[in-house]
Write a protein that binds this ligand. Structure first.
Ligand code: GLA
Length: 658
């Protein structure tokens, strides 16, 4: 597999670079400033299609040649985009069938970006011609270090209801089920008179009188994710044919519900991700960390790249908060700690026109006499002096199961509770673990779970029989699982497993869920140990498990709320309620203590600790100086000094201890 050889012993520092927005007179200054800031990789031509192909089949590469040459002369590498993320206006006018159509049948217009249906044959054809041209032209260019495929697949358009897409859906289904009988069975179409007798009768789940068929919707999500993946695969195949040595990546927009990132990551060489925490959000640091952990997990611990973060504020929220002095640096180190091998920004020079002119750039409107630039320049130069950590593995003893099929299944209408949101439920586990400085690896339910001492399973609503067995075997062989409610309910077609909930896990959990109660946002129900239940209550009958605590009121008083079950050589815990997050923290703490899983350092709350094999990152998320106690002498790689005992960490300060 192609790798990032050009950056063997160097951390990557770079940005999206859109020189086409500026006169060429500015480019020389760009090069000089990039050198000053330590920029060594830039993503270029991401939105370059209209400039590269001003009319159909007529390619203009001269401007890109000049910028590629200039980059090379200045020792800066190119993460060259395939420019397929925004098709030109002429293309949409000539091939209107390629435009995306929304749920209500409205064909979307041009003048924005991502204006194509991923399944559109003509979009794919024209995109592949452009990619071929680019690959042939730059295959031997010394600046070319990596291919940046498209941009944030599914960021705006993750599904389209165009006629062509519906046809593609039918083909996809035909390929999957072979016969209509099999499809009717899988979709449970005996319900509500939905039986199909011809493939042509099948529609996409667009606007409908009421609930759509949930099995159909699941397949629609899979199909829509696959259409984006096919676009990517098409580009990857072309690039591998022409430039087999050059690694390929695509930048994810955080953790994107609409794209099965496990599957997608299998076809790229390097994972890259865009992370935009809201500086005003109290959970910004947790979200940042979680996205970094997902990025690292997607290719099983291979180094990944933070492809975009904002140098300062963004422009796309309703209120766009400024990053406080030091916060951008802190969050950059937070992601380096979690395995990133580079920090990149959107974007180099703040645009003067267009929808992103109020989005910060590394070079702001007022140039280098600005706080943003000073922080950018300082960080870039600091990173240059650091060793490359990428071969120092991040240590994680705890895993959280994340599965896109189950996510799609869980968040549907016509369920006992409409507010089950997977990311919130994942945060129930992730946030307290993060607060206790326990690093998490994300895993699929089918993965080998044996490397982990504890596997957390938030609301795995949909599970394949063989994946349930995989989890059971892990416990049987000595693993520890903590699973939360409404898990193991349906199979891959969204058909309920009969024989008592959660049928595939009953043996492992030693219980049966007889019924469940959905609670409103305000409702809290008391538990025997003084804790409380929110959102959801399972009425549980024990079949070998023990109650950790029971309900204290109502007709299910005395029945278990949380259980634990010794199974084989391991143990499986079950949360039949949602706990307030602080109580979830207390509960997880008891499990961690039992398993003797501990953070690398004991520090005050709000200080993050991430340990790698040979280094420990300490990050102060407080806007004030904090003191930590270091039991042993360590070298801080940032200051070069030996530290021990009572050590002061300035506001948003960082230590990298070795
Ligand atoms: C995304 C896109 C960029 C830009 C930024 C703005 O990450 O990939 O092109 O729009 O958002 O935050």
């Amino acid at each position: 597999m192609a790798d990032l050889r050009a950056f063997e012993n160097t951390l990557i520092y770079g940005c999206d670079y859109n020189p086409e927005q500026w006169p060429e007179s500015v480019w020389q200054e760009d090069m000089a400033l990039m050198k000053r800031a330590g920029v060594n990789l830039v993503s270029i031509a991401i939105f370059g299609w209209a400039r590269l192909e001003p009319e159909e089949g007529v390619y203009e590469f001269a401007w890109l040649d000049r910028i590629m040459d200039m980059l090379h002369q200045h020792g800066i590498k190119a993460n060259l985009a395939t420019a397929t993320a925004s098709s030109p206006a002429w293309f949409a006018l000539k091939y209107p069938e390629s435009l995306p159509v929304d749920k209500n049948g409205v064909r979307l217009g041009v003048g924005s970006r991502q204006q194509y249906s991923p399944a559109s044959p003509i979009y794919r054809e024209k995109a592949s011609q452009l990619v071929r041209q680019l690959a042939l032209r730059y295959k031997n260019h010394p600046a070319l270090a990596m291919w940046h495929i498209n941009n944030e697949y599914g960021c705006h358009i993750f599904e389209s209801f165009s006629e062509e897409t519906v046809c593609a859906f039918r083909n996809w289904l035909h390929h999957k089920y072979a016969t209509l009988d099999a499809l009717n069975e899988a979709w449970g179409t005996a319900f509500w008179s939905q039986t199909y007798y011809e493939w042509a009768e099948i529609q996409a789940p667009a606007a409908m009188p009421t609930f759509y068929n949930p099995s159909q919707y699941l397949d629609w999500r899979r199909f829509s994710s696959d259409m984006l993946q096919e676009c990517m695969q098409m580009e990857v195949d072309l690039l591998r044919e022409i430039t087999p040595e050059v690694p390929v990546t695509t930048n994810y927009i955080g953790i994107n519900k609409h794209l099965d990132q496990w599957k997608m990551s299998e076809i790229e060489d390097v994972v890259s991700i865009d992370i935009y925490p809201d500086p005003a959000s109290p959970s910004a640091a947790i979200e940042c960390a979680a996205q970094g952990d997902v990025a690292r997990s997607l290719k099983q611990n291979q180094p990944w790249i933070l492809m975009e973060q904002a140098p300062n504020q963004v422009q796309w929220r309703t209120l766009n908060h400024t990053k406080r002095p030091g916060q951008m640096r802190l969050w950059s180190y937070q992601l380096l700690a979690r395995g990133a091998r580079g920090i990149m920004y959107f974007q180099w020079r703040q645009s003067k026109a267009g929808a992103e002119k109020y989005h910060s750039g590394m070079v702001p409107h007022d140039g280098t006499d600005s706080r943003t630039w000073r922080e950018i320049e300082t960080l870039g130069n600091e990173l240059k002096r650091l060793p490359d950590f990428c071969h120092d593995p991040v240590k994680a003893e705890v895993a959280i199961v994340l599965d896109w099929n189950s996510w799609w299944g869980l968040e549907q209408g016509s369920h006992p509770h409409a507010d089950l949101n997977l990311m919130e439920l994942v945060a129930q586990f992730y946030a307290p673990l993060h607060q206790q400085n326990i690093t998490v690896q994300f895993v699929r339910p089918s993965d080998d779970l044996s490397p982990y001492r504890l596997v957390c399973i938030p609301n795995l609503y949909l599970v394949k029989e063989e994946d349930a067995r995989n989890i059971e075997t892990y416990v049987q062989n000595g693993g520890r699982v903590v699973m939360s409610y409404f898990s193991g309910i349906v199979n891959e077609h969204d058909h309920v497993y009969l024989g008592g909930y959660p049928a595939p896990f009953r043996k492992m959990l030693g219980l049966k869920v007889e019924e469940w109660l959905a609670l409103s946002k305000e409702e809290k129900r008391p538990l025997e140990n003084g804790w409380s239940a929110e959102q959801w209550i399972d009425v549980i009958r024990l079949e070998g498990a023990q109650a950790v605590t029971t309900h204290a009121a109502d007709y299910y008083a005395g029945l278990p709320a949380i259980t634990t079950h010794a199974f084989g050589a391991g143990r499986a815990d079950y949360l039949g309620v949602k706990l307030p997050v602080e109580q979830m923290g207390l509960y997880l703490k008891t499990v961690l203590d039992e398993l003797q899983i501990q953070p690398a350092l004991q520090v005050p709350a709000g200080i993050e600790v991430v340990s790698r094999e040979t280094t420990v990152f300490v990050l102060n998320h407080h806007p004030q100086t904090m003191t930590i106690d270091l039991p042993e002498h360590k070298k801080d790689l940032l200051s070069g000094k030996d530290v021990a005992g009572q050590v002061e960490l300035p506001a948003y300060g960082v230590l990298i201890l070795q």
